[in-house]
Ligand binder design. Sequence first.
Ligand code: CTP
Length: 392
Amino acid sequence: MKKIILGVTGGIAAYKAAELARVFVRSGAEVQVVMTPAAAEFIAPLTFQTLTGHPAYIEMYTERSGEKIRHIDLLSEADVFVVAPATANTIGKMAFGFADNLLTTLYLAADCPVIVVPSMNVNMFKHPAVKDNIDQLSRRGCLVMDPDQGELACGVYGSGRMPEPADIFLFTRAALKPKDYKGIKAIVTAGPTREPLDPVRFISNPSTGLMGYALARALSERGAEVTLISGPTHLRAPAGVKKVAVNTAEEMYRAVFDYYDKCRLVFKAAAVSDFRPLDEKKHKVKKADAAYNLELAPNRDILLELGKQKGSRHLIGFAAETKEVIENAHDKLLRKNLDLIIVNNLKEPGAGFAVPTNRVSIINRSGEVEKLPLMEKEELADHILDRVSDLL
Ligand code: CTP
């Protein structure tokens, strides 16, 4: 479990810090809130105490059962210190090394990563004094998150809004991950493909792309340069990932080979359609003219072709099976010249398409099987990357 120190300063966005504390707690983190006296004017310490299960500290010293607590001790074993919202005033004090309250004192004493989430009026954010202070903090290694654009509390439109708690959570999670994929170019394919019958009908499958998008995000968080080649999904490309949208298996084939030369890793999580209608009609087929039999033509197997031209790259395949799961998947790994294959049994609850969880086994070339419990696809993505990192 991660230990997060959440520093809250006195801006109107302080109310959003309550939701942020909640998001951190829900992710399984232990959260300790420290507030500036001004923050306590905007939101009650009791709100944070209720959400985190720990008192929110404001003062440097507190009497508790006759004993003085040194709040510097709050930092022991902290994994990250997140200052959100960070006002221009606190940013200035941090940049100049003031230690006039608990929060600024903790910043000076912190030896864990520090994340700063500026939040203020647009003109304040643009002011050279604030810019210089933010640059100073970045130079010293603080991770500064860009504010959102939008309507600010003062009624003006512009940059300075505190980002949504979910985005601050993702930024924090990324900061805590190892950067073991730094400098590595990776392709991830995701989602289904659509094979058109006519302008309004197609053959496809229920893939939503969740696994591939989770891998793309985790790779990017761990430092990789990621190209995500995606069939149609409703998912947003993760921050920092280049997305190439495709429709058919043939388009996916061409897009993958456009990027294959320069990449070192391919994660083939897409559910590629094995067949397409032999004859795609130019106009919508009318009911009266429809034939009852559909003639199909096979699509090229993208992964098989990648395996033939593999060189020193690493290829990771995915398989969804319903019987002889491990044997079928290992056969695929050998036939397609892969390094690892991730297989799930579609008959098991919580595994497979369109659910946020998966229960998989990871198989290597020598046929060793690692059977994993049911887990969130986001968590599974990092687990897969740990295994691939061992191979690299
Ligand atoms: N794959 C691919 N191109 C295809 C079909 C599959 O690149 N035309 C990839 C998938 O992205 C996946 C792996 O091959 O990583 C296994 O896909 P799967 O559909 O399970 O295997 P198939 O070889 O199509 O075997 P079968 O459908 O007979 O089980």
